[in-house]
Design a protein around this ligand. Structure first.
Ligand code: DUC
Ligand code: ZN
Ligand code: ZN
Ligand code: ZN
Length: 458
């Protein structure tokens, strides 16, 4: 079996931080320690560099049918771009079609990802039509290693479920110790505001933002937490963006409930002033929309308070030509923004390098917490003997600039064009293989494996 030795790096996990060597045999880590006296087939000198667990992005939409088109990254291009940014595992969303079974949807998504993904992947099952047939299928999905069930409280007519379905789904999912996640925004209220703005001829991207005020998210977040508390199911709010919503989670903790919270990198570093630029606003049309500076401060604080456990991306890229579908009407702009490649470097630069979060928090929110919440720990999410050798080697002082000219995502703009970052990912290992080195991809189409998950152990 091929062996690989990482010499003398600063190895950081959620609960340790020390300079040591990491020995890998085949796909897994077999030894950790100072000056390991082993001859290996290959050695990488990591002196002066940081080694963290491979990133896990639990919120990506690859090749997803949405708003009359498909997100532009496939499982191949999206997972390859993820690897370039240190994310070795992604969790993508399978969407049940209303009136159809979960199994049908899963088969369709397996057809897209199997043999094409470059990085490791798993699936959440988005339940868009909870009926007696779906209820029977929950157990079946858990047996497939799909242990998280996504709900949309918005996008009525396509994805949204109502509260009656939410209660039923939670009661069923709880039986298996699995997790219910939510896009927690009030779909009826948003649809009303969209209709009002359109009727008034208010059609620019700014009105996307103004159709989803903070209350639409805080109300739904509170409602989701309340129903989850009643049913006792493990609950997780995806892409939480704002102070009002986080305060609903804070309120839930006062009755000793735990609601997991994910935010996404864009909500930490971008704000709603971008919607004032009519020409470029569509690039930032996503749901929920970007918020205010005060919300960014709330989210950074939430990370440090342990209330926000995960930083994902909601990666859902669309080409500029797709974004132009909504050039005369914000409600027709496909919602989503590209970030799968830059989540870790952006968080490292804006968070760790700028002193907002510690390196260990960085590891927790980019990898370890997602591994625990989504049932992949300790195979994924840490650096320990027996774990998959998914490792990221970072030069903490190297500077580089983000550009669509050099990124690997299949999208013709960058939401972060020209941003200069401090800290660069030099090398990425996935299951013991050098997957990316010095900007080159070293593993091919189909290297990525489906990761069968267990239940939450956090
Ligand atoms: N929000 C987005 O911006 N895109 C995909 C789905 C979603 O909820
Ligand atoms: Zn069918
Ligand atoms: Zn969403
Ligand atoms: Zn999403």
């Amino acid at each position: 079996m091929a062996s690989l030795l990482l010499k003398n790096g600063r190895v950081v996990t959620a609960d340790s931080d020390s300079v040591c060597d990491v020995l890998i045999e085949g796909e897994v880590i077999v030894a950790l320690g100072r000056n390991l006296p082993v001859p290996a087939d290959q050695t990488i000198d990591c002196t002066g560099r940081i080694i963290v667990p491979g990133g896990i992005d639990p919120h990506v939409h690859l090749d997803m049918p949405f708003m009359g088109t498909f997100s532009s990254d496939t499982h191949e291009t999206g997972t390859r771009a993820a690897l370039h940014g240190g994310t070795t595992t992604v969790i993508d969303f399978v969407l049940q079609k209303q009136g159809h079974s979960l199994r049908e949807a899963l088969t369709e998504w397996q057809g897209r990802a199997t043999g094409t993904a470059v990085g490791d992947y798993s699936f959440h099952m988005a339940v868009t039509d909870f009926n007696p047939g779906t209820k029977e299928e929950i157990k079946d999905m858990v047996a497939e290693g799909i242990t998280s069930f996504k709900t949309f409280m918005a996008y009525k007519g396509a994805l949204m479920i109502d509260d009656a379905q939410m209660v039923g789904l939670m009661q069923e999912v709880k039986k298996y110790g699995a997790l219910v996640t939510a896009h927690a925004t009030n779909g009826d209220m948003i649809d009303t505001l969209i209709a009002q703005h359109r009727a008034q001829g208010k059609l620019s991207p700014l009105y996307h933002y103004l159709s989803q005020p903070e209350v639409t998210e805080s109300e739904a977040s509170g409602r989701f937490a309340d129903i989850a508390n009643y049913t006792g199911v493990n609950a997780y709010i995806v892409h939480l963006t704002c102070e009002g919503a986080l305060n609903q989670v804070r309120r839930a903790t006062e009755r000793n409930q735990r609601v997991f919270v994910e935010t996404c990198i864009q909500y930490l570093v971008l704000d709603a002033s971008l919607y004032n630029d009519e020409a470029n606003g569509a690039k930032y049309v996503m749901s929920p929309p970007l918020r205010q500076k005060k919300d960014q401060e709330t989210l950074w604080a939430g990370i440090n308070q342990g209330l926000v456990q995960v930083v994902g991306t909601d990666h859902c890229p669309f080409m500029l030509a797709q974004k132009r579908m909504g050039k005369d009407d914000f409600s027709k702009i496909p919602n989503g923004h590209p970030a799968i490649e830059h989540r870790m470097e952006l968080l490292f630069s804006e968070g760790v390098s700028k002193g907002r979060i510690s390196l260990q928090r960085f590891v927790e929110v980019t990898s370890t917490n997602a591994a625990k919440i989504f049932g992949m720990f300790p195979r994924k999410g840490t650096i320990s003997i027996g774990a998959d050798a998914d490792l990221v080697i970072i030069d903490p002082t190297k500077k580089h600039t983000i550009s669509a000219e050099t990124h690997h995502m299949n999208v013709d703009y960058s939401a972060y064009e020209g941003w200069e970052l401090t800290g660069k990912i030099d090398t990425v290992l996935l299951r013991g293989q050098v997957a990316v080195d010095a900007g080159e991809t070293k593993v091919g189409r189909g290297y990525g494996q489906f990761i069968r998950r267990g239940v939450t152990a956090f």
